[in-house]
Ligand binder design. Sequence first.
Ligand SMILES: *Cc1c(COP(=O)(O)O)cnc(C)c1O
Length: 496
Amino acid sequence: MRIDQSSAQLRSGSPTASAPSPVNALLPGDYLPAMNDLRSSLRDVADHIVDYRAGLQTSRVTPSSTRAEVREKLSMRLPDDGAALPDVISELVGHATPGLMASAGPRYFGFVVGGSVDAALAADLLTTGWDQVGFNEALSPAAIAFEDVAGSWLKDLLRIPASASVGFVTGAQAANTVGLAAARWKVLRDHGHDVGVDGLFGAPRIRVIAGEERHATVDRALRLLGFGERSLELVSSDDNGAMDPRSLAETLHRGSDGPTIIVAQAGNVNTGAFDDLTRIGSLAKEHQAWLHVDGAFGLWAAASPEYTHLVDGLEGADSWGCDGHKWLNVPYDSGYIFCAYPDVHATAMAYTAEYLTGQVADREFGGGDFVPESSRRSRGFATWAALRSLGRSGVAELIDRNCALARMLAERLGDVPGVEIPNDVVLNQVLIEVGDTAFTNRVEREIQKDGSVWMGATTWRGRRLLRAAISNWSTNKDDIEQTVSAIRRAMEAASD
Ligand SMILES: *Cc1c(COP(=O)(O)O)cnc(C)c1O
């Protein structure tokens, strides 16, 4: 656009002071010297990344600067003149480092975060270098092909039917949103209403039934999709936080058999508990309800012969959400939505436009057809690389090792006076009771201040508890010993 305008100026032969520069001044010259800068800067960046990751084994986990402190150092007016590449990188590294959380390392147990295995990290750097748009084959055959293959591998590992569609989304929040959008389309179509054309105006009311311990992203997905909080009917859970199937049966019988969606969970974010997908699946079939499974991290149990029984029955669901960036240890952001009916999935999500080459009537769906974004990072490369480097046995070992470390942490803490483990450690999540709410909050602050490990607190069933999620490939036994010591120290400090 700017070049066109300046050509017009040149043609008119009367450039004015405010006119755009002549076209030649806007055309870049020789790129090669810049390429040499890029090569040396990327080598520096690679060295920095490797040193940073090696340092994670021993470094403090808690950052030394707060958001406000980092911002304070950064704050200046946007300079008029640009800076040279090496200067940009060194300013970036210098200013960011004090505010980095060592969440990629082995002693970060907050939320459910995971690290990144080397192959996935390298693939993600290549993804950035290649800068491919993961929309369709016309934009990048490789991006879509790698999603096709990585998607098949994921379905195989996660016991999802091979005929299911796969969308590579930002994370489980997006996966839940897309799964529920597909569900909304299908249950309404079964009742003669096309939500794609008419929206929710004039639609029969949809019942959405979920466990009282569902993840909060389900609520946000429902809000975004226009269901409203009142659509949600909650089912009580058992002692470890799994949905109680008898309570689900009662809830289903209590209401109408209109359009119904059930949201089950594989892996409770506090306790790791699994809903009974076999019983929930048969209730869903009986009531012609759509069953969506939120398996952000827990679905990975399917990939381990030791834990796969926890997800028995999952084959009977209609959609499944899962994360790559949590337990598969792919860099952020990486999630997956699987749907048993590719046509429903694509009808709910895909769009088309005149200029979209490759979008023909009998085309193979993929890429942008199964996600909410239009232009998008090519997420298949990093997932493919993680799976290729770990192999089937490596994924199973990662799951088994993290779960064994969680059990070890629970056992070792069980020996500490004043500590109770209130959940049944069925997977990788450990809840830690150290005292009343005020004391627990003090212990949490002391742990984070101490900085050798990082964990947060949660409120589960009215009790304030510390919470540890073990989902990093590099965590080992020594990290667990250090964690037990850190909790002991924090309890002593909080008692003073
Ligand atoms: C983390 C999590 C989510 C949300 O996943 P994001 O990757 O943060 O979008 C949803 N459900 C469960 C059970 C989770 O653990």
